[in-house]
Design a protein around this ligand. Structure first.
Ligand SMILES: NC(=O)c1ccc[n+]([C@@H]2O[C@H](COP(=O)([O-])OP(=O)(O)OC[C@H]3O[C@@H](n4cnc5c(N)ncnc54)[C@H](O)[C@@H]3O)[C@@H](O)[C@H]2O)c1
Length: 402
């Protein structure tokens, strides 16, 4: 794998870009670059034409428009920015900072996460495309002001085709620093909408309430038991919303004991347990890591409803079929957890708080539609949600004559 190293300062794309909140986008430009790689050294052995794209890794079959490998020697920054699809608008998605076991793992993660962002924004009715970035390294070790500034210059070099936000390993405070190098940042503290944890939790809550009403009838979540796995920025807010909505018992698990202890101390309905995924709950809410839904975990699930914030909850796509076969109602992750992107997308477009809140609440209506369609057609909830995404993308492509 070779990495693109900037020479001198950042390069700016020629595309004119507005300052501050954007008007809804016109037709996005055709992507101009498929993969950015460093220039081949003159001493390198001659290569057959086209070898740049003749890859053997996951990128070889990826459907992405553009994948940029970023390397800054001075700070040691190694990042990958993936733009999956900009049909609906600029690619918006957070920057994950993580100590990946290998560069291949980082590439796999950013390709999947950016694809998920296309689906998430499309299903939430946002005029946004799908993008995501990863910075390779342990955030507690590598995250310096200089590295974040260098990263911002790479984001800036894309001229607004990619807009970044926070993700695991990065915070709204970090984004304030990134924003010193590029205007293409949302979710920052200074002049931005800040941490999106509450918005995401509220969207998950609306989706979960819709799923519970479908499964348990009009009483919905009232009197039920919900298990929340992970009580960080999203999970902790979700627990508070559930407690206020009359949920009878809320089981929480998190290896970070201080987080669960604080919730249990403040909310009477909360019980701390070692694991919720196999507990006797009505709803399992994965709000920590992805890929917890596997053939074996689904076989052991006791919850008839699954709805949570974690991205990429399925280990493999066919796990949706296993849940369908067991009659488990799964709200696809990218539908349930869109509240954060609705918030930061609203910031990008200068929408009011009321508009953003209404769009987050609409995640509940989208969930109802997906669950109804899945029932009517006898298909998985995953297939029903994917159909909404495809229909929206196809309609916009047709408007654009693509
Ligand atoms: N923050 C957002 O706006 C947002 C938006 C969309 C999706 N998500 C996704 O939601 C999930 C949670 O995001 P967050 O912002 O709350 O992250 P966070 O880092 O604030 O919280 C995650 C929590 O999960 C805990 N955890 C880790 N491993 C666990 C395990 N095996 N079992 C139980 N708990 C475990 C951590 O200790 C931490 O407290 C992530 O998968 C994230 O990608 C977040």
């Amino acid at each position: 794998m070779r990495w693109c190293t900037p020479r001198g300062g950042p390069t700016r794309a020629a595309r004119p870009t507005p300052v501050g909140p954007l008007a809804p986008p016109g037709p996005p430009e055709e992507p101009s670059v498929s993969t950015a790689v460093a220039p081949v050294a003159t001493s390198a052995p001659s290569r057959p034409a086209g070898l740049v794209f003749d890859r053997t890794d996951e990128l070889a079959t990826a459907a992405h428009e553009q994948v940029v490998f970023c390397h800054d020697r001075a700070t040691g920054l190694r990042a990958i920015i993936a733009l999956h699809d900009t049909t609906l608008g600029p690619a918006l998605g957070g920057t994950r900072i993580k100590a990946y076991a290998s560069e291949a793992d980082a590439l796999t993660d950013v390709l999947r996460l950016s694809q998920g962002m296309t689906a998430k924004s499309a299903a939430a009715g946002m005029d946004l495309g799908g993008g995501k970035a990863v910075i390779i390294g342990d955030p507690s070790v590598i995250k310096t002001r200089e590295l974040l500034l260098a990263y911002g210059r790479f984001v800036d070099s894309l001229g607004g085709r990619y807009v970044t936000a926070a993700d695991i390993g990065s915070t709204a405070d970090d984004l304030d620093i990134v924003a010193e190098s590029t205007r293409w940042v949302v979710g920052k503290n200074k002049g931005g909408s800040g941490d999106s944890g509450y918005s995401t939790a509220y969207g998950v809550f609306c989706a979960m309430r819709a799923a519970a009403e479908r499964r348990f009838g009009p009483s919905g979540l009232s009197g039920r038991t919900v298990g929340v796995e992970g009580v960080g920025k999203v999970g902790s807010r979700l627990v508070s919303l559930l407690a206020a909505a009359g949920v009878e018992r809320i089981l929480v698990s998190d290896p970070y004991a201080a987080a669960t202890a604080a919730l249990a101390a403040n909310l009477a309905h909360v019980e701390v347990v070692p694991s919720v995924i196999d507990a006797a709950v009505d709803v399992y809410a994965p709000c920590a890591l992805g890929a917890t839904l596997t053939p074996s975990s689904v076989a052991a699930l006791r919850a008839p409803v699954v709805c949570g914030a974690a991205n990429n909850q399925l280990l493999t796509h066919d796990v949706a079929d296993l849940m369908h076969a067991r009659g488990i109602l799964w709200v696809p992750d990218y539908v349930a957890n869109a509240g954060g992107v609705v918030q930061v997308g609203g910031e990008l477009y200068g929408q009011s708080h009321e508009e953003v809140e209404a769009k987050i609440a609409a995640i509940g209506h989208t969930t109802e539609e997906i669950l109804r369609t899945a029932d009517d057609l006898g298909i998985t909830t995953s297939a029903a949600a994917d159909a909404i995404v495809e229909a929206r993308l196809a309609a916009r492509r047709s408007e654009l004559g693509r």
